[in-house]
Design a protein around this ligand. Structure first.
Ligand SMILES: [Zn+2]
Length: 431
């Protein structure tokens, strides 16, 4: 089915994508939110500042995707006021961010905009699609019992200690207090966008740069699917309210061009439908602001994404990167930003990931899925990977204590080269 979240006007060059996105600051007005600026420096910003940071990146870099993307609810100037169209504070009467509650102040139904054509007839050139919401916060609201105050009543309903205790409780109870279906995201502070509920959450305290994360989530709004595999790496972060010491950092090795194309054509033979996809430089695999020709065709409506539910990513596979250091690219080969085709001065973000591209494929002989990584010279190696089902015991990644999780991890895993670095791994994600 076509992407019903966007409207594309192909008569402009480049084509124009119309979007109707509202941002909701999901904390009380006076609370500073921790996040990282695009240069990597940590800052504390109030909700309006976070919004401005995201929108600045969007304004400067969205052209890199090859479209003129219009946010119809975008703020025109950086005043210090809130507008019901583009930025809300979540009302304390809304029990969780993903219930409609008293929202929206703006209509969720498609809006027709009429114009007069050259002959004076009324025409409807653009269909403005339904409202999409992005919540901005630190994720505490994903608890069922959490309430917020709005801008006019900025009384802090919790303090930092309460938030810390909430995190401890969530970990102890396997995130049972978190809205069902979002435990994985909460646990990893993984920003997301859900097509089903037409809403996303941007964790200001999540891994990575928030503005870059938003651009990736925007890729989902545009109809594109993820092209990376879940990876867990060793954590080096200090323990504080934002990061869990000793817990893994989530990493996302890109999926290889061979694998993506084999999925698209349903096998190994035949011409590649997506030949110019670069796994090290793509919005959906490495969070550079690059798209393949095939992906641009999906956005423009000429092509349909393979499916709308994780067509490339096997959700039951988790790669344990720290167990095979060869899957990690040498540090010197990682290029944060550099010029590229049609971008001689390097204004568009271009990133090579710290990991070699991955592929999921049946192993010869057994026919069971395995995960490999592909080096630039074309040689491959095995990833250590867990499959939720497969040889050995089914694996649950629910976090229910370090010891229990380690016991689960040991099942079905043969440490490569006998290295016991697995002891450093504590899985926080759950299905
Ligand atoms: Zn994604």
């Amino acid at each position: 089915m076509p992407n019903d979240l966007i409207a594309v006007d192909a008569t402009t060059n480049p084509p124009t994508v119309h979007l109707y996105i509202q941002f909701v600051v999901d904390t009380y007005a006076g609370r500073l939110l921790p996040c990282f600026l695009s240069d990597g420096s940590p800052v504390q910003l109030a909700g309006l500042g976070v919004y401005n940071h995201i929108i600045t990146e969007f304004k400067q870099k969205s052209h890199c995707l090859g479209f003129n993307i219009r946010l119809h609810l975008i703020q025109n100037n950086n005043t210090n006021t809130l507008d019901s169209n583009w930025l809300h504070w979540r009302y304390d009467t809304v029990p969780n961010p993903f219930e409609l509650g008293p929202y929206p102040a703006t209509p969720p139904a498609p809006q027709m905009r009429s114009e007069l054509d050259a002959q004076g007839s009324v025409v409807y050139p653009q269909l403005i699609r339904p409202l999409i919401r992005f919540y901005i916060g630190d994720g505490e609201s994903l608890n069922n019992d959490f309430r917020f105050r709005n801008l006019n009543n900025p009384y802090p309903i919790f303090n930092e200690n309460a938030a810390r205790n909430r995190i401890a409780l969530n970990r102890a109870t396997g995130y049972s207090q978190v809205i069902q279906g979002f435990e994985k995201y909460y646990a990893g502070r993984i920003s997301f966008f859900s097509r089903r509920i037409r809403a996303g959450y941007l964790f200001t305290d999540g891994p990575g740069l928030l503005s870059v994360t938003f651009m990736h989530e925007l890729g989902h709004v545009l109809g594109l699917e993820d092209r990376y595999i879940e990876g867990i790496d060793e954590a080096t972060a200090a323990d504080n309210i934002l990061n869990y010491v000793g817990r893994p950092a989530r990493s996302v090795p890109p999926l290889s061009r061979q694998y993506i194309n084999s999925v698209l054509k349903g096998g190994a033979s035949g011409p590649d439908p997506d030949p110019d996809y670069d796994p090290q430089n793509n919005l959906m695999s490495s969070r550079s602001y690059r798209l393949s020709t095939y992906q641009k065709g999906i956005i423009s409506g000429a092509l349909i994404e393979n499916e709308f539910t994780t067509p490339y990513v096997k959700e039951d596979a988790v790669v344990l990167l720290s167990l095979n250091g060869a899957a990690r690219r040498p540090p010197g080969s990682i290029l944060p930003d550099k010029p590229g085709p049609n971008d001689p001065v390097g204004t568009c973000r271009m990133t090579e990931t710290p990991y070699f591209p991955s592929a999921v494929e049946p192993a010869p002989g057994t026919g069971l899925d395995r995960v490999t990584f592909v080096r630039p010279d074309g040689t491959t190696g095995n990833h250590n990977a867990f499959f939720r089902t497969g040889p050995g015991s089914p694996l649950s990644l629910r976090y229910d204590g370090d010891t229990a999780v380690l016991a689960k991890l040991m099942k079905g895993l043969a440490p490569i080269n006998g290295v016991d670095t697995w002891k450093k791994i504590f899985i926080q994600l759950r299905p």
